[in-house]
Ligand binder design. Sequence first.
Ligand SMILES: Cc1cc2nc3c(=O)[nH]c(=O)nc-3n(C[C@H](O)[C@H](O)[C@H](O)COP(=O)(O)OP(=O)(O)OC[C@H]3O[C@@H](n4cnc5c(N)ncnc54)[C@H](O)[C@@H]3O)c2cc1C
Length: 323
Amino acid sequence: MANILVYGLAHEGTVNKNSRGAVSEAAKVASELGGEAHAVLVGTNVDDALAQQLGAVGATKVWTVNAAEGVAQTAADAISALVEAQGYDYVVFGGGLLGFEIGAAVAAAIGGGITVEATELAVDGGRLVAKRPIFGDTLLSTSHYKGKGVIVARTNAFEVKETGGSATVESFDAPASAAAGQVTLKVRGEQRGADINIEDAQILVTGGRGLGTAENFSVADGLAAAFGSGAAVGATRAVVDAGWFPYAGQVGQTGKTVAPKLYVGLGVSGAIQHKVGMQSSENVLAINKDENAPIFEFADFGVVGDLHKIAPALTEAIKAKKG
Ligand SMILES: Cc1cc2nc3c(=O)[nH]c(=O)nc-3n(C[C@H](O)[C@H](O)[C@H](O)COP(=O)(O)OP(=O)(O)OC[C@H]3O[C@@H](n4cnc5c(N)ncnc54)[C@H](O)[C@@H]3O)c2cc1C
């Protein structure tokens, strides 16, 4: 029997979506392993209601640790001790910066193997395996673990599935290391791009790698501004991963699903993982210099050419039309 432990990151009374998705994914495979999905919440205000947010998505047991929330070393100490005390074989994190940091520390502490950016958990030969895209997401690799395994998911890769279940809740007294005692959380930073709202946009101008640089997002900004209120700027995963645009604006399988009246793709190839997030758009306009780009297969309007010439010309034409 192998139980899986999942880290639940909570803030101001809500467990974040990534953590809830990780619990759902762990619950999916736990029964195949003959075990259960458990979760651990670390914080000074963890109560039953918070724990039941994880019970509702598949955790049968939630451990609560009364220690500073959001401090990586504190959480890593607590989780490592819990793994040793309860004999967990696998620990899963929903992704995000804290997930990566805590996951790496836990793997080192428990002597386990680690897989980051996982997009799926599965069972092979009675053991848990993690799948992760490699080589620019063109291939899927499968990680097996000789002993204990730590899996950190790609952000939002795991779908949240409400089960309507509930969890038993138990507190765990975790020892804190000397290193953890030296860390104090002074201020919690806002996520970059928290003000981006692409889901409600009537017109969405989406920038892809074809823009060339982060600075060239000014081309997309200019076009969206010419369209006026109701228009917003989004991005493909390639440019989010490159740090050109905040994740909050990512369209697609591991980003947001949008359905604007008009979607404009600037230098977007139209990969399937992008398409699933925007295929409900009423009208799709694609500007791409490659006439064989997949996006032209589902675009309503297509312009083959250099976006750096076409998009500014379109911007000026819209401005002129609007007077
Ligand atoms: C599990 C998984 C989840 C994923 N989730 C997402 C997701 O949520 N969202 C997402 O977007 N992707 C996602 N991806 C990645 C996806 O497979 C593609 O890699 C990504 O969408 C490509 O982004 P892009 O179109 O910006 O870049 P590219 O594929 O590199 O395309 C750039 C395009 O720009 C064109 N171009 C270049 N220069 C110019 C120019 N001057 N003028 C006009 N056109 C030009 C090129 O012809 C090309 O078609 C995921 C992948 C995996 C495996």
